[in-house]
Design a protein. Structure first.
Length: 483
């Protein structure tokens, strides 16, 4: 039994001697077939050149068609092919560089052949030598192009015949490749190799000069301005942005143009050219478009452990808790073992919605924090002081503010009272009750402000910095974009 097991393992560990020999003979047989076809092409080119030039209308100078001529031609052809490593090229995956190599090998071979018959004193015809070269070059290139074509066609047919699931499971899918360059061409070629070429509806490109052109049989429909019309007209179901060498601003502009009208359509991108793995096909490197593709840098990762350590068991007070930012801060604090959340807001309806939402979220927690809801206006100094005295917060998030820019242009006094005087009230309470940390939620509109709202938030930032410097309050200012 042990011998049987050992022999079985040995057979699975690697190829047997017989299988290795079989592969060797297959490769050698294939190379002999290539050499035989090249010999036939070279010989036939010489004979056809002779017939074309000297028949009919002239006599047949048989001295030009000697065995020595053909033997010499074959010898120099194979020598040139060996020097240019023609038989090492994988012609099933050839490209323009390989075709150029083949043409150069033919030129070198026929140049040597011409000098050989001159040196040997053999009869020759210059026209025959030139025509032989042209025929041999064209036929050898055509033969290898057809070999590549039938290989790709056979591979695609074989994959579809074997019920390759992508081809059938994605039936009806229509893909628009944005980027009619080298990366886009390779994406199309790889889809064609997999038998999925029909899924590529065509191309788009941000260069208007490429619109209407044809790339590998697929039309470049439009530039950026017409992409949404093309998506509608061609019923596109997926976008591939194949522009790995461009900056994030261009990718952002393209994605924004598409998302403006087609929010649900999937957009996949190629990573930056420096992130591509040359061992993988480009189609495998495709991924869903993410924040990092749009902002041009790596997405900042959050250390949840450090955040939890900061808030564990602490009492956190949030002003403006019913607003968009304040309510999200409350919601996030549920996840970090916070001891108590004191949610302070002025609007009754927004606070009622906050209670509903937080209670729903807290149901999924094993042990949620204590949550206190207080209706209060930050402009009321006495009420705010009583809340601070009752709950003794360790950390304060001050998010309460009037934030609507056009509305504040007509309500300057209220903007000053709420955003400036209200902030001073909260800072006074934080100072008087020895709050450990104060976080002021500000806005990008406080940078070189051009509006009443931006100016009041900038003044509040300056006051926060003053309280930090004058009374040692540990204060932070966070500017939110588009707020």
């Amino acid at each position: 039994m042990m011998r049987a097991t050992g022999s079985c393992e040995g057979s699975e560990a690697g190829p047997t001697r017989e299988s290795k020999m079989g592969v060797f003979y297959m490769i050698r047989g294939r190379k002999i077939a290539y050499i035989a076809i090249d010999a036939l092409i070279a010989s036939a080119s010489y004979v056809f050149s002779f017939i074309i030039l000297f028949y009919p209308g002239r006599g047949l100078p048989s001295e030009f068609l000697g065995t020595v001529h053909i033997a010499a031609l074959l010898l120099v052809t194979f020598a040139a092919y060996y020097l240019f490593q023609i038989y090492r090229v994988m012609w099933a995956y050839s490209n323009i560089a390989d075709i150029y190599r083949l043409i150069m090998a033919n030129m070198a071979g026929f140049a040597i052949f011409f000098f050989f018959i001159l040196a040997a004193g053999l009869p020759y015809s210059r026209g025959m030598v030139v025509m032989t070269f042209l025929l041999a070059a064209v036929l050898s290139v055509f033969y290898r192009i057809m070999m590549r074509y039938y290989h790709l066609r056979g591979r695609a047919a074989g994959e579809e015949g074997l019920a390759v699931s992508p081809a059938r499971s994605e039936e009806g899918k229509s893909i628009l490749v944005f980027g009619a360059g080298e990366a886009g061409r390779i994406i199309l070629a790889e889809y064609m190799k997999m038998g999925l070429g029909r899924l590529i509806a065509g191309f788009a490109d941000d260069d208007p000069a490429k619109a209407g052109k044809i790339l590998n049989g697929k039309t470049v429909f439009c530039d950026t301005s017409g992409v949404n019309r093309t998506i509608r007209d061609r019923r596109i179901s997926e976008i591939i942005i194949a522009m790995p060498s461009v900056g994030s601003d261009r990718v952002n502009r393209i994605a924004s143009e598409i998302r403006h009208e087609h929010r649900s359509i999937p957009i996949r991108v190629l990573p930056h050219v420096l992130e591509l793995d040359e061992r993988k096909p480009l189609s495998i490197s495709l991924r869903e478009i993410g924040i990092a593709d749009l902002i041009g840098r790596e997405e900042v990762t959050v250390d949840s452990g450090a955040i939890e350590k900061k808030f564990r068991g602490k009492t956190v007070l949030i002003t403006g808790a019913g607003g968009s930012i304040g309510s999200e801060i409350c919601r996030q604090l549920l996840n970090f073992n916070t001891g108590k959340i004191v949610a302070v807001g002025r609007g009754e309806f927004s606070m009622y919605n906050l209670i509903k939402n937080l209670n729903e979220d807290a149901e999924f927690l094993d042990k949620g924090p204590e949550i206190v809801y207080r209706i209060a206006d930050i402009k009321d100094r006495r009420l705010m002081d009583s809340i601070f005295r009752a709950h003794r917060p360790d950390i304060v998030f001050h998010a309460a503010a009037h934030k609507h820019v056009p509305l504040m242009e007509f309500n300057e006094a209220e903007a000053m009272q709420n955003n400036v005087a209200g902030t001073m009230n909260v800072l006074d309470c934080a100072r008087d009750h020895h709050v450990g940390e104060f976080v002021f939620i500000s806005t990008d509109k406080a940078v070189n402000p051009s509006s009443v709202m931006g100016a009041t938030k900038r003044i509040a930032e300056i006051i926060t910095r003053y309280y930090h410097a004058r009374w040692g309050i540990r204060a932070s200012i966070v500017r939110f974009g588009n707020v």
